[in-house]
Design a protein around this ligand. Structure first.
Ligand code: MG
Length: 391
């Protein structure tokens, strides 16, 4: 006779977005299997202001706890979900879960990252900005007993998997190679790109994602942020992190070892794979996502990124190497600039120009950093970008 499945309680902060919805897909698929040994129970959901989605999700998964960041909508949620506990903040969801999926968009995800690690729980981290901006504050919390970060980012999930082939990563890893699809504007020149529209920038060739990250992919800022993310997650020095353009998005990243071996992780572009990996680690989910049909895989191409046209890549390296508050400042400036671009108030080529000008105005803080310093750097990054946008 089979024993009853063990239970993993899952909270999703930012459940109405692309990652949130795909996390629920993974849970549906896993829980539909009759012979499962793990039962994923969605215990808590949080959204910014997408109340309709929250209510529908909470009803389907019989969720007992929710949070909505937009306080003006709380009464509506209470009315729609009688008997469901409405917490004051997204961070309050952490107490109700074993695994917290942080899918909040942008710097607003920092609180959930800090709260999850401080509670000694597993953080399935899709909100890369919190780690990138607040590396110096997040780092010490990672040693909380029970705390761990499993990245929900295809590249870092790939690196995480490749690193499992060494027991001495500090000695044996010679290089990490992040792959980049190159986005919709691969092969184009700066002159060419002055007149591209928001819709063209939003048309990513291989991945379907939220608008902010899709624009970041078109500028290669996303890849630059992922370089910082890889440095923070795995402690790899910047000089040992490379980026290679790989337009098919089949190889999600690679690790090269001291003996010349390279390990790579391959699958089709499907975020449900990294989500499932983060939920089940150190095991694997049983529902396959992104399986490769080798008969139809024509070719795998590689090229160096065009660092002049896609300036944001090196801006992120620069901010990462400066360290301290620089990544927070730059990432915040980028959020403001990307928002303005999405509103139609900016040329695509100005994104890198304004982020660069902002970064030049950053002033480093010395000494150990606290969360307040990061929040202040974030505020200044936004303010600086805004002042450049509207002098
Ligand atoms: Mg990624």
């Amino acid at each position: 006779m089979m024993g009853s499945p063990s239970t993993v309680r899952v909270a999703i902060a930012g459940s109405s977005g692309s990652i949130g919805g795909q996390t629920l897909d993974v849970v549906r698929a896993e829980n539909a299997r009759p012979e499962r040994d793990v039962e994923y129970v969605v215990t808590a959901l949080g959204v910014g202001s997408s109340v309709d989605t929250l209510v529908a999700q909470a009803r389907e998964f019989r969720v007992g706890v929710v949070a909505v960041a937009d306080t003006a909508r709380v009464a509506e949620v209470r009315e729609a979900l009688p008997g469901v506990r409405v917490e004051a903040t997204m961070s309050d969801l952490v107490a109700h879960a074993d695994v917290v999926v942080n899918a909040v968009v942008g710097f607003a995800g920092l609180d959930v990252t800090l709260a999850t690690l401080a509670a000694g729980k597993r953080l399935a981290l899709a909100n890369k900005e919190s780690l990138i901006a607040a590396g110096p504050v997040v780092r010490p919390l990672r040693s909380t007993p029970g705390a761990e970060i499993i990245p929900v980012d295809s590249e870092h999930c790939a690196i995480h998997q490749c690193l499992r082939s060494t027991v001495r990563p500090g000695v044996e890893v010679s290089r990490v190679v992040l792959t980049a699809s190159g986005g919709p504007f691969r092969g184009r020149t700066t002159d060419d790109l002055r007149s591209v529209t928001v819709d063209q920038a939003l048309a990513h060739p291989t991945w379907s994602m939220g608008p902010k990250i899709t624009i970041d992919s078109s500028t290669l800022m996303n890849k630059g942020l992922e370089v910082i993310e890889a440095h923070e997650l795995f402690g790899i020095p910047y000089d040992h992190i490379d980026v290679v353009v790989h337009p098919q998005s089949i190889i999600h990243s690679m690790v090269e070892f001291s003996d010349g071996s390279t390990m790579a992780q391959l699958s089709l572009a499907d975020m449900r794979l990294p989500i499932g990996y983060a939920l089940a680690h150190p095991h694997r989910i049983a529902s396959p996502f992104g399986r490769i049909d080798w008969k139809n895989l024509q070719r795998l191409d590689f090229a160096s990124p065009d660092r002049n046209t896609f300036r944001c890549l090196d801006l992120a390296y620069e901010a990462g190497r400066i360290g301290g508050t620089a990544p927070a400042f730059m990432s915040a400036a980028n959020e403001v600039v990307v928002d303005r671009f999405l509103d139609g108030g900016l040329r695509w080529t100005q994104i890198a120009e304004i982020v660069e000008e902002s970064l030049q105005r950053h002033q480093s803080l010395s000494g150990p950093l606290e969360a307040a310093d990061i929040i202040e750097a974030d505020r200044r990054g936004r303010e600086t970008a805004r002042s450049i946008l509207s002098p």
